[in-house]
Design a protein around this ligand. Structure first.
Ligand code: PLP
Length: 365
């Protein structure tokens, strides 16, 4: 049979891809995607709706979202970091940090110099490498999920990647990499290193200053995990020389008017979100301790809003299916990477949700 026009035109690596699958969570307790389980407190909810009522949806949004960027500068104390380091820093906004990963990859796309990340890692790094036609080099972590630094540095020298992603804390393992290892990778690299701090709100680690003191580092953050996943707002902080190049690839108006208005409002009331994330950190400790008591489970300590657990009795897929049949959706990582064999990733929910999840988990083992 002759090739169809689709087979002729669509790149083979795209045809070989599977679309990113988001499972249907209707009717289920959703603990699979690291969302904040809390809505905004009642009084804020009505104020937010009032702010939204004033939005002019017939007009394009502010293309540079300058008011929102000014708020983010204040939140992150960028002026202070600029003064201390003597280095100017800018912000680039994306429709989620996923879009920022894509923009950076498009800007650096090169069929010889690829993308590198420790594995297991956030799946989008590898997927976006394929989208833009870059080789992807996943370098296995140690069994305790720390970076195997000698192997990683050797791989950096051998492959000379254009782009390295380091998620700190890492998804799906939840741990924070050693600063000395991160610095060694930055020093060894002739490419750009993106420090992905998606889970910043749940850890003591804060690596923002690396982008001020190293000319090959940018730092990426998001509002998704602090309670605003539906807005889709990610941001990149870095030297103007990098960000002005990336900005050329950003589609105009990528941050819609509802997101700009809502994020501006949320940042004015950031304390409320911080209080929720603190509570989730306490819940994480309680959940971890409860998981430790269960014989057929091996939980890993986490500095994010999820906990990775290994099922030592039944295969994780069976546990996952049994939990789903009982109304609780978590993430099954079976098959994602050899280091994740028989692992589930549990998003930390409210205390009631965690109690329900634990009950169902115990019954499913
Ligand atoms: C490490 C990491 N980076 C980035 C993202 C994407 O976040 P966003 O919702 O901002 O696109 C995720 C989402 O799970 C993540 O785990």
């Amino acid at each position: 049979m002759s090739e169809t026009i689709i087979e002729q035109l669509i790149r083979p690596e795209i045809r070989a891809l599977k679309s990113y699958h988001v499972p249907d969570a209707s009717g289920l307790l959703k603990l699979d995607a690291m969302e904040n389980p809390h809505a905004w407190p009642g009084a804020l909810m009505s104020e937010w709706h009032e702010a939204l009522a004033k939005v002019e949806a017939n007009r394009y949004p502010d293309p540079s979202a300058s008011a929102l960027k000014a708020q983010l500068r204040t939140l992150m104390q960028l002026d202070k970091l600029e003064q201390e380091s003597g280095q100017n820093l800018d912000i680039l906004l994306g429709n989620g940090s996923d879009e920022i990963i894509q923009i950076i990859a498009m800007a650096l796309a090169n069929s010889e110099r690829g993308i590198m990340a420790p594995e297991p890692a956030f799946v989008m790094y590898g997927m976006i490498a394929k989208f833009v036609g870059m080789p992807y080099h996943g370098i296995d972590l140690n069994e305790d999920f720390s970076i195997d630094i000698d192997t990683f540095v050797e791989a950096v020298k051998a492959h000379d990647p254009a782009l390295i992603f380091l998620a700190v804390p890492n998804n799906p393992t939840g741990n924070v990499f050693e600063l000395a290892d991160i610095e060694q990778i930055i020093e060894a690299s002739n490419g750009l290193v993106v420090i992905d701090e998606a889970y910043l709100a749940f850890t003591e680690s804060d690596l923002l200053e690396l982008c001020a003191y190293h000319d090959n580092v940018v730092v990426m953050r998001t509002l998704s995990k602090v309670g605003l996943a539906g807005l889709r707002l990610g941001f990149l902080i870095g030297r103007p020389a990098w960000l002005s190049e990336f900005d050329k690839l950003r589609l105009p108006y990528n941050i819609n008017v509802l997101t700009q208005t809502s994020a501006e409002f949320a940042l004015q009331h950031y304390d409320a979100l911080v209080a929720q994330t603190r509570e989730l950190c306490e819940e994480r400790t309680r959940l971890f301790n409860a998981l430790m008591q269960i014989d057929a489970l091996e939980p890993y300590e986490s500095e994010a809003n999820f906990i990775l657990v290994r099922c030592t009795g039944k295969p994780a897929k069976e546990v996952f299916e049994a939990m789903k049949a009982s109304g609780v959706l978590v993430k099954c990582l079976e098959g994602a990477h050899p280091l994740l064999s028989s692992c589930l990733r549990l998003t930390v929910g409210t205390s009631e949700q965690n109690a329900q999840m634990l009950e169902v988990l115990r019954a499913s083992l």
